[in-house]
Design a protein around this ligand. Structure first.
Ligand code: HEC
Length: 183
């Protein structure tokens, strides 16, 4: 029995000196997993601070956002048209999804001058075969992008971006026959 008590005392943690309202605490050793987590998070916070706050290597959310927006803006402006030649635009003009997207833009931005039926009004007819700059799809891209200000056609490049312009051109082209090869 005496042995037992002694054994217990050895295992037990020391009781701390102070006593609050008669309550005393053991002087417990913090568990290793707890200490490990503490030290690891201190090290992590230090590395994090260096990486994001001090070195300038890590990008903040705001910087990432700015980069992403710049990329989108660039894609919007340089978009398909760099690649889009006459053949691709004719092809787009037979694609119902593209054409209906183009129609939406046309209704918003172009109808007032070119009319619901595209026969013109303030602007030229877009369904006849008379073209100011040539009727190739890329010519249409150019005039829609750059406009013809002195005659009253606003430039749409910065408003719509090339993707939307290619759609609206495809919509206009959908009212025309694809020219036979070589003509
Ligand atoms: C404020 C009126 C106005 C608006 C809005 C307008 N246009 Fe025009 N558009 C014109 C005028 C005027 C011309 C003729 C320019 C010229 O004679 O040089 C023209 C010419 C054109 C031409 C060349 C036509 C040809 O016969 O060669 C195309 C293509 C065209 N517009 C497409 C569009 C598209 C697409 C939109 C909408 C994104 C649009 N326009 C919006 C007034 C407008």
């Amino acid at each position: 029995m005496a042995n037992d008590t002694k054994h217990n005392e050895v295992k037990e943690d020391a009781v701390r000196e102070h006593s609050y309202d008669g309550i005393q605490e053991y002087d417990k050793k913090l568990p290793n997993w707890w200490l490990f987590t503490l030290y690891a998070s201190i090290i992590f916070s230090f590395v994090y601070w260096i990486y994001y706050e001090q070195s300038g290597v890590g990008k903040t959310d705001e910087e990432n956002l700015a980069i992403e927006l710049a990329r989108i803006e660039e894609a919007r402006n340089t978009g398909p048209s760099q690649l889009t030649g006459d053949a691709e635009l004719w092809e787009m003009s037979r694609d119902a999804t593209v054409v209906s997207a183009g129609q939406t833009s046309f209704t918003t931005y172009c109808v007032s001058c070119h009319g619901v039926d595209l026969k013109g009004g303030i602007g030229q007819s877009l369904v006849d075969d008379v073209w100011i700059m040539g009727g190739n799809p890329t010519d249409l891209m150019k005039i829609v992008r750059e406009g013809s200000l002195e005659k009253g056609m606003p430039p749409w490049g910065s408003v719509l971006g090339d993707k939307k312009i290619s759609e609206v051109v495809a919509f206009v082209l959908s009212h025309h026959e694809i020219p036979a090869e070589g003509s």
